[in-house]
Write a new protein. Structure first.
Length: 268
């Protein structure tokens, strides 16, 4: 095993669409997780909650230590050469992984939709990408690809509303999947907001380059959240939740933000 492929098997703590959500998939024994930059650096609880849920399903979870970024920031900013280097590292790091689970629609979309763009003129690299990407799943995609999943043992006695993140909804087609999973949570009340499918205004560097527009979009989203009377807003993407948390905090609102994995890991 080379250093670039080193991984940790995380010790257990005891407890559709045609690849957005694959039906009748064989239960894997082990999954590799790609935690993403923002989860690693700012929202580790979302990553740990994802591991909790996967382990409860009897899966062995591995964390490959060489993992870094999916290359989306460089790609979206027009730095193609730099994005290719980061994407190539991702492919090297997860080479041989049977299944890769990602707690982000945005990062999953980057890998499964845009790596092919990056390597369109490199047949050797493109062949490796084509072999890898069918094994990459957003977290809710993966759960609903498993056979006979009807309960996760979760309880969350609160009223929540759900934010559809742009990449998960528009590029991965994930509209019903997270709601089906929320429907498995005991004592949870889901109240749909009117603007569920509208962008939160984050968009990575968009929120920096166009801060006023980004802020206005976030405020519109917050107004829609508040109209539901929900105590929590839930999403698949921590980047969206960071944007919404900031807007809610600046407005003096007490609505909390949670990643879907945190709700599914909850015992109430």
């Amino acid at each position: 095993m080379t250093a670039s492929h080193a991984f940790i098997v995380i010790p257990s703590r005891g407890e559709t669409l045609a690849h957005p959500v694959i039906q009748s998939r064989v239960m894997p024994r082990r999954v590799a997780i790609f935690v993403t930059c923002i989860v690693d650096q700012l929202f580790p609880n979302a990553g740990m909650a994802m591991v909790d849920v996967l382990e409860r399903l009897g899966l062995e979870v591995e964390f490959r230590e060489a993992q870094t970024c999916c290359a989306q920031p460089a790609f979206n900013s027009g730095y193609q050469r730099e994005a290719r280097a980061v994407a190539r590292h991702f492919v090297d790091t997860f080479d041989g992984a049977e299944t890769i689970v990602v707690p982000s629609g945005s990062c999953t979309s980057m890998i499964t939709h845009h790596y092919a763009d990056l390597f369109a003129h490199d047949p050797v690299a493109l062949a490796r990408v084509d072999a890898l990407t069918p094994r990459v799943f957003e977290f809710s995609q993966f759960l609903l690809s498993l056979p006979n999943l009807d309960s996760l043992g979760a309880r969350f006695p609160h009223k929540i509303t759900y934010h559809d993140s742009c990449h998960a909804l528009r590029e991965l087609g994930l509209k019903d999947a997270p709601r089906r999973l929320l429907g498995m949570v005991k004592d949870l009340e889901l109240v749909e907001m009117e603007a569920a499918e509208e962008c939160c205004g984050f968009g990575g560097t968009f929120s920096v380059k166009f801060a006023q527009i980004s802020g206005a979009m976030a405020r519109t989203k917050v107004d829609s959240i508040l109209q539901t009377g929900a105590s929590h807003v839930v999403s698949l993407d921590s980047s969206c939740l960071m944007q919404l948390r900031g807007a809610l905090s600046r407005g003096g609102h007490k609505v909390e933000t949670l990643h879907l994995a945190e709700v599914l890991a909850s015992r109430g």
